[in-house]
Design a protein around this ligand. Structure first.
Ligand code: CA
Length: 220
């Protein structure tokens, strides 16, 4: 899952950036509202973590612009302890949730999972398909009753395809979800992950739609 983190406080930003990467997210970190807006205009992100007090353009302005363009990205805002007013304004201009600083990374993670789940139109916390269960909270994949130890990128590919069962996901969309700008990506990396997943899950679990992308089809 691709995260855009917008936070001008260097210490907090660095902590979140490192923590979220360790949790398997592909994270891009911007420190002002203008850069963040540019990033959102050119790239697909799955979720936005947005501080409100930012240089150049504050978080509320950015959020307002996003929603006026009908951008549906899930947005979690970060606010200061005594800023009830900001929280209310934030939610009213289109934020989906908020965290009050200082907060625990575990809780942020749980709230992000809930937002991602809802934005995928899902109510059940686990993704299930045929003999496979993917549990985002435990970061665990169980196939035919056995836990699979998947590397982070293979896990991420599988999660995106499972969130979109019956829909073809383009290579570009998958790549945008998997890699942040600072990651060097070999052009065949995605094919390699798919190849490894097929070895583990069976060759027909993920189908290639030539020239378009990949799909996990509805259970028969
Ligand atoms: Ca700030």
């Amino acid at each position: 899952m691709r995260v855009l983190l917008v936070e001008d406080d260097t210490l907090l930003g660095e902590g979140l950036y490192t923590g979220l990467k360790q949790d398997g997210y592909a994270v891009d970190w911007m420190q002002d509202g203008q850069m963040a807006e540019m990033a959102l205009n050119v790239e697909h992100f799955d979720i936005l973590i947005l501080d409100l007090g930012l240089p150049k353009q504050d978080g509320l302005q950015l959020l307002q612009k996003l929603r006026s363009k009908d951008n549906p990205i899930p947005v979690l805002i970060l606010t200061a302890r005594d800023s009830l007013d900001d929280r209310i304004k934030g939610l009213d201009v289109g934020a989906d949730d908020y965290m009050v600083k200082p907060f625990d990374l575990e809780e942020l993670n749980a709230r992000m999972r809930a937002l991602l789940r809802r934005s995928a139109g899902r109510s059940a916390p686990k993704l299930e398909h045929n003999n496979l269960i993917l549990d985002p909270a435990a970061h665990e994949v169980i196939f035919n009753g056995t836990t699979l130890d998947l590397p982070p990128k293979e896990y991420a590919v599988l999660q995106v395809l499972l969130e979109n069962i019956g829909r073809v996901i383009s290579k570009t969309k998958l790549q945008e979800t998997l890699y942040s700008w600072d990651q060097d990506v070999a052009s065949n990396a995605l094919e390699v992950h798919i190849h490894h997943l097929r070895k583990k899950l069976g060759s027909d679990f993920i189908r290639t739609i030539r020239g378009v992308g990949y799909i996990i089809e509805h259970a028969k």
